[in-house]
Design a protein around this ligand. Sequence first.
Ligand code: GLC
Length: 654
Amino acid sequence: MADGQQWRDCVVTALREQEAALLAEVRDELGPLETAGLAARLQLVRPELAGALAAVFGPQSAALAREVLTTAVRSGIRRPLPLRVRDRQRDVDPSWALSQQAIGYVCYVDLYAGTLLGLLEELDHLQELGVTYLHLMPLLLPRTGEDDGGYAVADYERVDPRLGTMADLEQVADALHARGISLCVDLVLNHTADEHPWARAALTGDPAYADRYLSYPDREQPDAYERRLPEVFPDTSPGSFTWQPEAARWFWTTFNSWQWDLDHAAPSTFAAMLEVMVQLLDRGVDVLRLDAVPFTWKRLGTDCQNQPEAHLLLQAFRALVRLAAPGALFKAEAIVAPDHLVQYLGAHEVQRAECDLAYHNQLMVLLWSTAATRDVGLAVHALRRLRRPPTGTGWVTYLRGHDDIGWAVSDTDARAVGLDPFAHRRFLADFYAGRHLGSYARGADFQRNNATGDVRTSGTTASLCGIEQALDEQDPVLLEDALRRFVLLHAVLYAYGGLPLLFSGDELGQRNDPDWAARRKAGRDNRWMHRPALDRAAAKLRHESGTLEARVFEALQQLGTVRRQLTALRGDGSVEVLDSGDPGVLALLRRHPCDHPVLVLANFSEHPRWVATQVLDGRTLPVLASEPAPVVTPDGALLPGLGWAWLRAEGLER
Ligand code: GLC
């Protein structure tokens, strides 16, 4: 500890000296006012930056601090003017991503529009949906062969030439900004592809890159680590280390054998990643989705996830990015237990600036669990237990992403509501793979782990909701239920509190892609079944009333339109999970100081349910509801099967 303090003092001194030198360097260019502003920002970030760097890099931290501060300040000054103006505009509402106006959409460039320039022609579709945030799936140059959907990056400075160029990416960012849409891209910082020049250099023993990856001469260390390491892809890529004959060493490969984990204990890795971040942000990227962040730090005897250093690294990056691109946000991809998750939003003993957004994986799992059981007990219990995100941060809410669904129902939550945890998780996997009697879902197993019995699920929202089965069986009653279920889930998603993200194709009710296995580079990875190319013929039908596509699309449009008017639905307002008095009905109360509270009721059962709403003090005004509409009286609401309502509670305190 004494050493920690000593290193921290050294870093503070190094930072102060470097700040003075940098301020002198830029004074003429910036003028007195801007220089004073920069000096103030440097002071603001200094304590956090110094603490984080010292704690992670110890004796190497002072030199690293000088280097990365220089990178951040110089790039902040070079940052293109329109982006600097944008940074300032962000100050009006720093939680802009959590505004009730914000709706997100995620797509692969090639599957949505062919290329980046092609995307420029397809923006009306997004605007019709009310999209204000676009996440383009990995678009940097991937390795040749299988590439984990682009999460095996071979060059951080080049766009995959099949999609376009960095200049095209800038053009896309400009076009999006002109339409009020922010751009999010992935930053894969846990690992690179085996083909990345750093990896090639490390293999040949280049001393400048030798420390950038984690590798071992024999099995002693890998075996010791593996005693506690969970397997991410047990089916297709078992184990967490891969033998590289060229180097005669075992390389750490958490994911696939060709995705090599970087050694984040090496200062050069940190400095290089910062460069990558600021370069992307200066192209006009607004949000970096930080991929697989829980895995960045390894510690023997642990599962090597969520280590304190993984957080400190994020805090240090955050502080530096605040200097380089003050308006940018970090979104954590941390699919971990809820208590760990809020820490990525900075909820530690002392709150620290870390990520601004994080995926609400729990809500996703709980909504699917409730849709299967028609019983809200587990969701109510688990959601009530969640810690609220720290002020200014919030959730990204979603029903489906590009990944599988891991049935992350905790043992504690399951037992608390009388469920056997293992049996319930198995039930969910069976139900969504269509194996359970009475299941309406058409998903598929992903990565069955025979050692633990764990099974995950692939499938599109529409296929998991029952739309695929109903269409196959040409059953109008089933189809009606499936469509209502689809809209119900989105009605909760749009109201829960967070930035709702739609996965491309969901807005048209697209089903699983039956030809996924033939897809370029899919290999045996059946997550490709729920990553369909946007069906342009179906997209045309969105305007033809009476079609399934129009019904789905219009429902989402309507949810977006009404949501935009309800400040109570902002992602940084509060959410209270009420007791609806009926096991089939989820009741959420959303509050924000600038609006009347909104009560969200959602009936997950196929049968009508009566919900007493005395809690609302009589004065409720339905603002949006399912078709057929619920009957709302001063005492309560009669919700049809799979019916829902957003009610404005004018009698309640804000
Ligand atoms: C993240 C991505 C997933 C990928 C993994 C490795 O979890 O969402 O698709 O396989 O990281 O990069």
